[in-house]
Design a protein around this ligand. Sequence first.
Ligand SMILES: Cc1cc2nc3c(=O)[nH]c(=O)nc-3n(C[C@H](O)[C@H](O)[C@H](O)COP(=O)(O)O)c2cc1C
Length: 241
Amino acid sequence: MTLQHTLERRRSVRHYADTPIGADTVRQCLRLAQLAPSSSNMQLYEFYHIIDPAVLKRLAEACLGQKAAATAPQMVVFVTRQDLHRSRAQTVLDFERGNIRRHSPPEKQAKRIQNEESYRTKLMPFVYARCFGLLGAFRKALAWGIGLFRPMMRDVSEADMRIVVHKSCGLAAQTFMLAMAEAGYDTCPMEGLDSRRVKRILNLPRGAEINMVVSCGIRKDGHGIWGERYRLPFDEVYRHV
Ligand SMILES: Cc1cc2nc3c(=O)[nH]c(=O)nc-3n(C[C@H](O)[C@H](O)[C@H](O)COP(=O)(O)O)c2cc1C
């Protein structure tokens, strides 16, 4: 299948056939989802692959009983883990030290490693830390001050950083859905859900957030999708500058 075919084949499927789907294929599509880009390569997410029928039933209820959830033989919950920012930064740093040694000219290695260490052990903990909005307000004020003199990233409040984390997780979810479409499986992304209940079902810690639930299966003949796909005229969204 070409990428265009895959993109055209993927639809939000709201009713699945009774046919089971392979858990290994879904797992493989989640491996491919990891190839999605993420901000600072922090990968602040987790994928919960649900195949247990009892958990699926509870999850479908938490997804407000939507058919797209209630008829799905498997589901994946995309979860953001901003709370893991320190350990993920450290893991990436450990990798990048070796990466620099393997791929950078010898005379540039020390400086590049030093930059990477400062980025991962100082800047990342600073921008991802949360404390009832206070740290975000401080970062924003600092960014505003620096921004008077040079271009500066301004969207660094605690709400902004949640968006950063959710954006990257959403890209992983989309990559997953495309991989599933290519494998001949269907999906439906859902944010119409009770996030508190979903968190409770998965026993997630306070710092974790639900990005979206993606139901998985094979579309039911004649009922799977709700009619034709609608997109705005391209000229409504395309701006040539
Ligand atoms: C973040 C997100 C959340 C969504 N939540 C729901 C949902 O809760 N229930 C649902 O039936 N569809 C949901 N959708 C699917 C959209 O309605 C669907 O993508 C849109 O109508 C376009 O149709 P298509 O995906 O078939 O191209 C969601 C889509 C996205 C991207």
